[in-house]
Design a binder for this molecule. Structure first.
Ligand SMILES: *Cc1c(COP(=O)(O)O)cnc(C)c1O
Length: 237
């Protein structure tokens, strides 16, 4: 699709609406309420000028991978009625900055990082929602903790005062066929089903952040409450 100059914004808005439609259709097909699934439009690598029409729409969630890139974009789009999510790996030396910028951090994968975010949020006088990122495929190159490490994170989260652990996130191994991701999405759902009852008094683990441009419909079928979609909205990177 050719999308130069003035029409780029219209293209982004249209594709955002189309993705929302596809999410709603997938939810209904699975007997779910479409309102249970939120869309994060992943704006990483795209400049503020391209993101602006979506940011100004109202109520849009925008996902960024890197703290520094996000900080610049958030400053450029200051005042826009949107929320910013961190979806990429968070290094501990960027935790303080992340605590200032985001409304949801999808990528907490160790106890120290969780505690550091909590300390910083206490200083800032804010609460911060986070998700625990699980490397369900066990790939070495990926960030995320193992399912075995999850209970330690849950126990630490139960002690946090400003950070609220709201659920789990994963990026499954890539397969050409989106159906290849299904068992990994199911595994994330099973982890939540296993652990949520044991921490029910302390944590509300409602969110499952899973599904990207090429497999979000499968993720919705497996129970996603948040999908993270970049290229299907903004185009190729
Ligand atoms: C880039 C990214 C996405 C979006 O990927 P698309 O294939 O462009 O939809 C989702 N989640 C994470 C963690 C990402 O890094």
């Amino acid at each position: 699709m050719e999308d130069g100059g003035n029409t780029a914004g219209a293209g982004v808005l249209q594709r955002y609406a189309e993705v929302r439609e596809r999410i709603a259709a997938a939810a209904r097909a699975g007997g779910r309420n479409p309102a249970e699934v939120r869309l994060v439009a992943v704006s990483k690598t795209f400049p503020a000028a391209v993101v602006a029409p979506l940011a100004r729409l109202g109520g849009v969630l925008l996902g960024e991978s890197r703290v520094q890139e996000a900080a610049a974009k958030i400053a450029e789009l200051a005042g826009a009625p949107c929320q910013w999510h961190l979806i990429g790996h968070l290094q501990s030396n960027k935790a303080n900055r992340a605590a200032e910028l985001f409304s949801l951090v999808h990528s907490v994968d160790d106890v120290e990082l969780l505690r550091r975010l909590d300390r910083r949020c206490l200083e800032l006088g804010r609460t911060l929602d986070v998700l625990a990122e699980i490397n369900v495929g066990g790939e070495e190159v990926k960030s995320g903790c193992t399912g075995e490490a999850l209970p330690q994170i849950l126990a630490a989260a139960a002690e946090c005062r400003a950070v609220r652990l709201r659920g789990l996130m994963t990026v499954p191994p890539y397969t050409e066929d989106p159906e290849g991701a299904r068992p990994f999405f199911a595994r994330l759902r099973e982890l939540r089903e296993r652990w949520a009852p044991r921490f029910a008094g302390a944590l509300d683990l409602r969110e499952l952040s899973m599904g990207m441009s090429h497999d979000f419909e499968v993720a919705v079928a497996e129970g996603a409450t948040i999908v993270r979609v970049g290229s299907a909205i903004f185009g190729g990177r």
